[in-house]
Every structure is written in C-alpha cells, then in structure tokens.
Ligand binder design. Sequence first.
Ligand code: AMP
Length: 572
Amino acid sequence: MDTFAATCEAAAATTKKTEKTRIVADYLRSLGPTTAPRAAQFLAGQVFPVWEERTLQLGGAQLWRAIAAITGKSERELSATYRRYGDLGSAAADVLRGIAPKLSELSIADLEAVFDNLASARDTVARMAELQEILSRLSPLGAKYFVKLITGDMRIGLKESLVEEAVAKAWGRSIEQVQRANMLLGDLAETTRLAIENRLSEARLRLFHPIGFMLASPAADSAEAFEYFEHARVEDKYDGIRAQAHTVDQRVRIFSRTRDDITESFPELVPWLAALPRSAVLDGEILAWDFDEPGGRALPFSSLQKRLGRKRVSRTLLRDIPVAYVVFDVLHLGGELIIDETLRVRNERLNLLFATPLVPATGEHAGDRQSPLFAEENPHDSPRVLRAPAWEANSPAELDRLFEQAQARGNEGLMIKDLNSPYLPGRRGRSWLKLKRELATLDVIVTAVEYGHGKRAKVLSDYTFAVRDGHRLRNVGKAYTGLTDVEIAKMTQWFLAHTLTDHGWVREVEPKIVLEVAFNAVMESDRHDSGYALRFPRIVRLRDDKSADEIDTIDRVREIFERQKRRGSAAS
Ligand code: AMP
C-alpha cells in the first residue's frame, strides 16, 4: 500500500504525461502478475471495475467520523485541517501523523478484500467498524490514498487513458490493443491481466456488461456541421436519458450512461426488447412518450424526470408516464461485434432488425411479470421500442429545415452523424455533432456559491461556474435562476457539506456539480480569470450524469466567441 501511495505521490508531482506514464509503468512492472492488475485499476481511481454495479456506500461524512474516532480530534480541528487542503485524503494524512503506524500493514491484495468487505457489510455500524479497523493499520501516506480512492478523488492526473498507456509500456504491448481490450471489457484489471499474458486479442465484448457510449461534439450552427463531413445522417436530438440495451434469448438488461443497471426502472420496455428477432446490444434514448398522438411523440424531459431515481415503479406511474425506447444504433448483433462497421452499414442492420413488427415477448424472463401489466396499461398495444427516424442532408439549408421540424416535434434539436464513421465507445469526437437551440449550451462546473436575496437569503442559490482549461478550472459566469426551490434546497445542503473555503459571503466549493447553462452571448471580460463572461446565463438543468472531466473547455468558449464575432461582422 505504501509503494502504491508513493507512486501516486510521484505521479502527482509531475505534470508531464510521459513522466507519469513511466512512473506508473515502472511500478506496475515491479509488482507480480497477480498484484499488478488490481493496482492498475486502483491507480485509475476505480475501487471496482467500471462494469460492476457494486459501490462502497461510503460517503465523506462516514470517513470523516472514522478519522475523528481514531485521532480523537475535534470537529473544529478536523475542519480547519480539511480547509487547509481542500481534500479529505490529505487532511487525513495530516491528522494521522504521529498517531498512525509508520508503515502500512496492508497490501494491494488486502485492499481488494477490504473493499469487498466494505461493499457487503451488513449495515452502517459494521461498515464503520471495518473502516476504523483498516484506517488504524495504515500509515499516514497509505491512509491518504485509501481515503482518496474511496472518495473517488485521486487528483494525481492519472486518467484511465494514462494508466492504459502505462500498461502498454510496462509489457511492451500496443496502446491500441490495450485501449480496445479495456473498452470491450470495461475492466482495467482484466485488461492488465491480458496484457501481461500477451492475450489482449482475446478480449471480447461480454453481453450484459455495458460498454462506453459514443458521444457528440457541439456544433454552433448548420454550416459548422458541414465543415466536418459531407454525408450526414440526421436524427432528432431527443431529450431523455441515454440507454444501452442488451438482449439475448429473452434476457434483457438496460444500462444508463453511467453504466448503472436501470432495467427495473423501465419494466415495460423489457418484453419489447425480448421480442427482437436476434440478440443485440442497442444504443438509444428512453423518453416519456405520448402514445395518443398519431405516430407517437416525445414528451419533454421534465415529464420523464418523475420516472427517474426510482428502483421500483408503481402501476400508477407506469400508467401516467409511459415511456418508449428510441433506438438509433446497434453495436452487437447476432453474436457479432459490429462497432467497426460504418454507420451506413450499422443502419442497414438496424433496419433489418426492425423490419418485422414486434410482438411483445411472453417468455420465461420477459413475459411472466410484465405482459399482463403491460397489456392493461397500453391498450393501443403500440410498440415501446422504436427505430429512430432518420434523414439525410447534403446542405446547411436542408439541415436548417430539419432543425425547425425537430423543434416543432418538441425535440431539442438535431444529431448529425457521419455515415462513414465507426462507433467509438466512450469517445467524444467530430463524427457525431449535436445542434441545439440558437446558441449552444455549455456544461460547466460550480466553483463557488453565495446566499441569494429576498426569499433566497437563507439558501445558496447564486453559483459561479467554470469551464476546463487543461487541469485548471476557469470561471466564465455566475447564474441565479433556473433551478426549482427543491433543487436549490438540496444543493444548499450539498454545498454546505462540501465547502473548501468559507469567506463568509462566498464559499468556494468542491468542483463536482455540473450544470448545463444557456446564455445569449459570450463577452470578453476581466471579471473572471478566463477572460470571458457569459451574457445572461441561465441554468437549464443539473447534469448529475456528467462528471468534472466531461465539462466544456475554454477552447469551446473561445470558439463560440470567435464564431459570434464572424457572424456579427457578416451581418453588419
Ligand atoms: P449532451 O447530453 O447535451 O452532451 O448531448 C448528447 C446526448 O444527446 C447523448 O448522450 C444522448 O443522450 C442524447 N441524444 C439524443 N438524441 C440522440 C440521437 N439521435 N443520437 C445520439 N444521441 C442522442
């Protein structure tokens, strides 16, 4: 554990990627073939492989209490130390100095067992007892990284992609092969094992283990869309939740963008997915759906929201907010992985899959529980799994027309996809572009908060937010409106618990909360350290499906600014 922690310290100490990779590669190679795989996964900040559903169910508050119990420090002393570092791991190391053993008694293999125990602990009491036991056997440095791993905040600049590079370097394998194996398996430890044994080419997609979703880059307008490719396939951009469905032999699982299993939340989709004539992994969007409209129609995200965050859905909710799964891609079909085929080919395969009308399955897994319920709730018997309609566009003018039609149908805008592109899991490239509203929205992160005015004087409702500039965050604006009172109350609790520095009137907070903001323009300004400020920013919604490294960049802000300027001068 101490060598692991020392490696993390060394990696954090340099900003050079090649140096980080070398440090990690040397460390991994020095470990035996049994330990290196798990160490690689931990270095990427993953307690469990990404495909796994398990979580530790341990929050900062519990870690905090365990540290207080071991060190005997008061809440005030602990908070003062925490503020000094802004990071619970570093604060733990500080307060444990002089109390904790000099050397950790735990190895990487022990750590794996510890996480298993914590995840399966009977209750909070058992989990706390286990946690204290472990913490008391770690050196201050060991504790620092144990805590960081649990809070999911390593801050050593080792993204999963860098660990992949280190694995390739350590055992002299090609980086492409390592990346591909990890993408298919969603398991860095398993990938490392295959790299060590020189069996990377044997990695196969495993059904019912979700793989990464292909993501889209924003396009400011229809002209920009055509800067990247000529033959565009165009679909509506639906405002629901992204979902990957796996189905084979009437077994069905549906996964969210964060790769959680959400099948239980959408039981009415199961018999329809089970009815597909071949085994498949599909990509699409789950939407609240108006079945009364001829041909059906997507309802706004706010309707779907009532169905989210519930493990079990009541019959009333199933009836009041029916959903549909609109499918736009296929990654695996009849036992064959087809992500390397072009979108043109994948489309044809998808058309064939949907060629015969679906009849909901009544098999062992799909039918018994769902069909009677389903028949009752959906008297029209309209399919719940639909093929997303698509068009082809060959000019910006055609795109503009489609954009208006999409908005008239109540959808957010368009997705424009290169017909010649493969499916790239987990990548945000230029083969898929999204065209939304008049001006693109930005995904930003909250860095500081303030109390509001009037009826909002008791809640933290004014948010300063930032975009990414390499490893740094640069503020670009401040927003006051857009969230509901309930959301603001919830956010206030969160911000109070995650304040880094309390300046009295303003609190710097842990950069974790991602917002989607709309705005009227980008202005040059010295109010924020980015040099830009958004004009009239408004919060469109909280994006708790996105993490800090998925927010927009300063380059994107600059790009919008330049485009605006060009347009302005063209108009005058
Ligand atoms: P954003 O969440 O704003 O980054 O936009 C990308 C998201 O748009 C994807 O993750 C999908 O959830 C969603 N989306 C809606 N319609 C489509 C579509 N036709 N193709 C791909 N993604 C879509």
